[in-house]
Design a protein around this ligand. Structure first.
Ligand SMILES: NC(=O)c1ccc[n+]([C@@H]2O[C@H](COP(=O)([O-])OP(=O)(O)OC[C@H]3O[C@@H](n4cnc5c(N)ncnc54)[C@H](O)[C@@H]3O)[C@@H](O)[C@H]2O)c1
Length: 323
């Protein structure tokens, strides 16, 4: 089987390549533009590891380059596409909205359209908990209305789901949207809270807690995410004549940011220098995923214990940054 993983030098893409690399009869092509949204060294280091795998091939390319993508698809005869490349981050979408439209809308169109032209059997794509906007009902269910996103990032992800729904009904293309909920783990993104909090505590820097630490997040360990994707990949089409599936990939175990910081402090045996700051534009107060649909489909629930998950992050962090 030939698979394509876009965004393979990114946090989740890197882990997904590793997950598939030890499965039988799989050839993986990974692509990424290695942009500098965050430290490219981290992307290059992830790449260094996966480039050693003998069933993996890397192609540096930008998903906005339709022609190059078409050549890649023509050559490789993909069966499944895992489209993870995107401009991530909620806050950055207020600073640089253009890149979100270019990558998450135009780039997404290129990948889904070429996947259709080359008869891809399954098209997985990364959506986000951000599609729910500021909900009042919890846990968040896939059936909830998602018309009121509160950031441009969220609205690009919502648009991806709408486009995929159209492709699934027009062309009977099997599309699976994955609404990730605050994914964490080793090699995690430096623009996310776990990196920021761990770094601040270790280096005794001020730790800024938005919304005075009252945000609630459904933190999800990255290995649980890749296991869910792997299990979904093995499934046949769910319902006859329905080719779109959307799943929350969350832990169903929400925690406040203060709780999160306390766990990191405990594991580092150091106190944080907390500075509580107000709510930021576009932030969401609370996420809490219902994972019943996912569980029903794959007989699996993301359930890594948070202290164990954070500990594996901290162990990686200390050794990677030599602290
Ligand atoms: N990490 C999370 O908590 C989370 C939560 C919800 C949704 N997501 C989504 O999951 C996916 C993976 O997220 P991640 O945390 O691994 O982010 P990441 O930024 O680490 O990975 C994305 C990768 O895509 C690449 N990329 C960006 N623009 C590109 C372009 N135009 N052409 C080619 N490559 C490009 C980047 O270089 C990066 O390596 C993204 O679609 C993201 O929006 C992530």
């Amino acid at each position: 089987m030939n698979i394509l993983i876009t965004g393979c030098a990114g946090f989740i893409g890197f882990h997904l390549v590793k997950k598939f690399s030890n499965k039988k009869n799989i050839n993986i092509v990974g692509l990424d533009n290695l942009n500098n949204y965050y430290d490219t060294k981290l992307k290059l280091d992830r790449l260094k590891i996966i480039k050693k795998l003998n069933n993996f091939k890397f192609i540096k390319t930008d998903i906005t380059n339709y022609k190059k993508l078409e050549t890649i698809f023509k050559k490789n005869n993909f069966d499944i596409v895992y489209h993870l490349a995107a401009q991530a981050g909620v806050r950055y979408s207020f600073e640089n909205p253009k890149v979100y439209i270019e990558t998450n809308i135009n780039g997404f169109f290129n990948i889904i359209e070429i996947s259709r032209l080359y008869n891809i059997k399954k098209f997985f794509f990364a959506s986000s908990s951000s599609v729910y906007g500021e909900s009042k009902k919890f846990p968040l269910k896939e059936s909830f209305n998602t018309d009121n996103t509160t950031s441009l990032y969220g609205s690009t992800k919502k648009s991806n789901e709408v486009l995929a729904t159209t492709y699934s009904s027009l062309y009977k293309m099997h599309c699976i949207g994955l609404r990730f909920f605050t994914v964490y783990g080793p090699y995690g993104r430096p623009d996310m809270s776990l990196y920021k909090f761990t770094e601040a505590i270790i280096r005794r820097k001020k730790l800024y807690l938005y919304n005075y630490g009252n945000h609630i997040r459904d933190f999800t360990y990255v290995d649980d995410v890749t296991e869910s994707i792997y299990r979904l990949s093995k499934k046949k089409n769910k319902i006859k004549n329905n080719f779109i599936e959307i799943y929350n990939i969350g832990s169903n175990n929400p925690k406040t940011l203060i709780n999160y910081v306390n766990m990191i402090e405990k594991l580092l045996s150091k106190n944080a220098r907390i500075v509580k700051v107000p709510f930021q534009k576009g932030d969401i107060l609370k996420t809490h995923a219902s994972i019943n649909l996912l569980h029903k489909r794959i007989n699996y629930k993301p359930s890594t214990n948070m202290l164990i998950g954070i500990k594996s992050y901290i162990d990686w962090f200390k050794s990677y940054y030599k602290l």
